[in-house]
Design a protein around this ligand. Structure first.
Ligand SMILES: [Zn+2]
Length: 132
């Protein structure tokens, strides 16, 4: 599992779920003290961190966020950036292949077909005859 240590605060990501209906991302994590938390990152930016008991994370008391949310958010941003660069590379690959294919097609189309007469005029039909 991925582990990040910031001073004494450790967050280990256990699972990640994407909730398709809402676009929310749910992480289950474990901190350095082996306590489990459920972090929900919502599209509207109001993220939630719950203890395994279902009670709110004590670190969020008096704050809108905690280091669990901060770390999960950071991971999610990195993940998104990786996804974006991956699809960007795939798009470049597709465009390059399409360009090569069209250039090949153009090259083939512009190569004139040679008539039998022209071919015979260019190549001596007797050049492969064995001399006696
Ligand atoms: Zn928390």
């Amino acid at each position: 599992m991925n582990k990040v240590t910031t001073a004494t605060k450790t967050v280990t990501i256990l699972t990640r779920y994407a909730v398709k209906a809402t676009g929310s991302i749910v992480y289950s994590i474990r901190n350095g003290g082996n306590a489990m938390y459920l972090v929900t990152l919502n599209l509207n930016g109001s993220h939630v961190c719950l203890q395994a008991s279902g009670l709110p994370c004590p670190s969020t008391k008096g704050h809108t966020t905690c280091y669990h949310i901060t770390e999960c958010s950071r991971r999610e941003t990195l993940r998104q950036a990786r996804e974006n660069s991956k699809s960007e590379l795939e798009r470049i690959d597709r465009e390059t292949l399409a360009l090569i294919a069209s250039e090949l097609q153009a090259a083939q189309a512009s190569t004139p077909k040679m008539s039998r007469e022209a071919y015979n005029a260019m190549f001596d039909p007797h050049c492969y005859e064995l001399s006696a």
